[in-house]
Design a protein around this ligand. Structure first.
Ligand code: PXP
Length: 240
């Protein structure tokens, strides 16, 4: 079964645009769970333009499914995560001002850094996932630095899916299999939507979790949040 974790950054972005507390992120997180989401993801970036660091303790307190915090493990982020241990922390190598995450770790180049950070997180019993391109070169390195899971960056898949789905998914399927073979769990995220999700889930083996924000929150404008979450769950309820 592939779990759906709803990324609430876009909801926080709307809230921040008026400086007050509408929409209320805590209530939205509760509602997402009530509507069937199997996890909640927040990705506080250094400029806090969407999720803020101060959102973390509040969301942690109310989350009843799985709380996943994503981000670049700078000292401030690490302290936040260590002080508010989530079920899962996903490490993402994005630069401070980047529009959105668009590449995974080079697990060879950053081996020592990742090993150190992951050991810290695991001392708090946090499951650690690291964001990875669908590139076989970095899979062994993910295991070596101590990650429990990888999150495959699916932006390239989403872009190529519209032209050639089979070609778009090929590298993801083989990297996921490789990761599973050495005991790494596999998550995925970025630009997944109602058109490309089912194909991804049926072709990528052992996919444990997808985290979806932008498209899901955009779809909710048309279908409502409850219907939208149900529609995404239906894509994942797929008998092979
Ligand atoms: N995974 C990571 C590491 C991300 O940075 C993001 C975007 O914040 C997502 C998943 C979700 O991507 P999207 O908003 O395109 O669904």
């Amino acid at each position: 079964m592939t779990r759906l974790s709803v990324n609430l950054n876009k909801v926080a972005l709307i809230r921040n645009s008026r400086g007050e507390n509408l929409p209320n992120l805590v209530q939205v997180a509760k509602d997402c769970e009530q509507f069937g989401a199997q996890g909640i993801t927040l990705h506080p970036r250094p400029d806090e333009r969407h999720a803020r660091y101060s959102d973390i303790p509040q969301i942690k307190e109310i989350t009843q499914t799985e709380f996943n915090i994503e981000g670049n493990p700078n000292p401030r982020f690490l302290k936040l995560v260590m002080d508010n241990p989530p079920h899962q922390c996903t490490l993402v190598p994005d630069a401070p001002g980047v529009l959105t995450s668009s590449e995974g770790w080079d697990t060879i180049k950053h081996k020592d850094f990742l090993t150190d950070v992951i050991a810290q997180l695991k001392s708090k019993n946090i499951r650690v996932s690291i964001f990875l391109d669908a590139d076989e070169r970095f899979v062994d390195g993910a295991k070596e630095v101590g990650a429990d899971r990888i999150e495959l960056y699916t932006g390239d898949y989403a872009r190529n899916f519209v032209k050639d789905p089979e070609q778009a998914v090929a590298a993801h399927a083989s990297v996921a299999q490789l990761a599973s073979n050495i005991g790494l769990g596999v998550n995925a995220g970025h630009d997944l939507n109602l058109l490309n999700l089912k194909y991804y889930q049926t072709h990528v083996p052992n996919l444990l979790e997808v985290s979806i924000g932008h498209a899901l929150i955009s779809d909710a404008l048309y279908y409502g949040l409850e219907n939208t979450i149900q529609m995404y769950l239906a894509q994942l309820r797929n008998d092979r």
